[in-house]
Design a protein around this ligand. Structure first.
Ligand SMILES: C[S@@+](CC[C@H](N)C(=O)[O-])C[C@H]1O[C@@H](n2cnc3c(N)ncnc32)[C@H](O)[C@@H]1O
Length: 279
């Protein structure tokens, strides 16, 4: 008879994060986990990370603390105009094709979903380029949904306030048109997205591991960028299969440049390395 060694707290913690978020924490990232959780260990006056993990795993009343852990564990790196060719594609290809399909009549509405939005740079980049297309005379309306598992980034996304240095990748004319600064000392060094864009972008909590997504099923473009990389092959397939249900026929799914290999679905046709169309 062989006895299995009991799982260490580190392993149990990785399992817990995996089952809650889909995120695979590699065993060699223990030091990173340790650093990210240090503040919480201190906040509870505990001697070390192991004591904190024990508390987290053994105390059932830790729901709020788990939310904080998810905020700390997720990697939320993002920027305006990240992978800029996607936004050119949106204006040059998606917009004419989608509006052409809808025909003339009252201004057609384009629906976008930034499905791992982080603090909103992706959603607001899409809003800026679409607002520019409207300024150039195209008649349409648009609505953008941003979702993420981290409550903290969603709060920031909803506030739509960014450090001036985060705007370096925004072309200057767009920076001037779509961000406003304030004399309020609390907002020094920061800029806020203008109300015209904020009105069109909503943010909501959504875990991609959930069985189903409470989102419309006729979304024209889903941006699912730089999040699949954290999931197992099985979870990638499951997430994509669920996503496909929300893409309108003829609509698009866009993934990050290192994620295109993860997209294998009979309902999707690859039309560019990171761009898939629903047939
Ligand atoms: C690296 S950021 C990518 C942000 C943006 N899409 C981009 O490309 O710039 C990954 C985001 O995925 C979110 N995330 C991770 N696991 C998730 C899950 N299971 N459900 C929803 N969002 C998740 C993280 O909180 C993080 O904000």
């Amino acid at each position: 008879m062989t006895l299995l060694a009991p799982l260490s707290y580190g392993d149990r913690f990785r399992d817990l994060i995996g089952s809650l978020t889909g995120i695979i924490l590699p065993a060699n990232k223990v030091q990173m986990i340790d650093q990210r959780l240090r503040r919480r260990v201190l906040a509870f006056g505990l001697p070390d990370t192991e004591a904190y993990l024990r508390m987290l795993l053994e105390d059932r009343g830790m729901t709020d603390e788990l939310r904080i852990v998810i905020d700390l564990i997720t990697t939320n790196t993002t920027s305006f105009f990240r992978e800029p060719s996607h936004f050119d594609f949106l204006v040059d290809e998606v917009l004419p094709a989608t509006l052409g399909r809808r025909g003339t009549g009252s201004a057609p509405r384009l629906k976008l979903w930034s499905a791992a939005s982080s603090e909103g740079a992706e959603a607001f980049t899409a809003a800026m380029v679409l607002a520019e297309a409207q300024r150039a005379g195209r008649r349409f309306d648009y609505a953008i949904l941003g979702t993420d598992i981290s409550s903290q980034v969603l709060e920031r996304a909803t506030a739509a306030v960014y450090g001036i240095d985060q705007l370096n990748t925004v072309p200057p004319p767009l920076r001037r048109r779509y961000f406003m600064t304030s004399a309020d000392p609390a907002l020094s060094g920061k800029a806020r997205v203008v109300p015209e864009l904020r009105r069109r972008v909503r943010f909501r909590h959504l875990n991609l591991m959930d069985d189903a997504y409470p989102v419309d099923r006729d979304v024209d473009v889903i941006l699912l960028r730089n999040v699949l990389i954290y999931f197992s092959a099985e979870d990638k397939d499951r997430v994509i299969a669920k996503m496909v249900r929300h893409v309108a026929p003829g609509g698009y799914l866009l993934v990050g440049h290192s994620e295109s290999m993860a997209v294998r679905h009979p309902g999707l046709r690859q039309i560019r390395p990171t761009i898939f169309r629903k047939e």
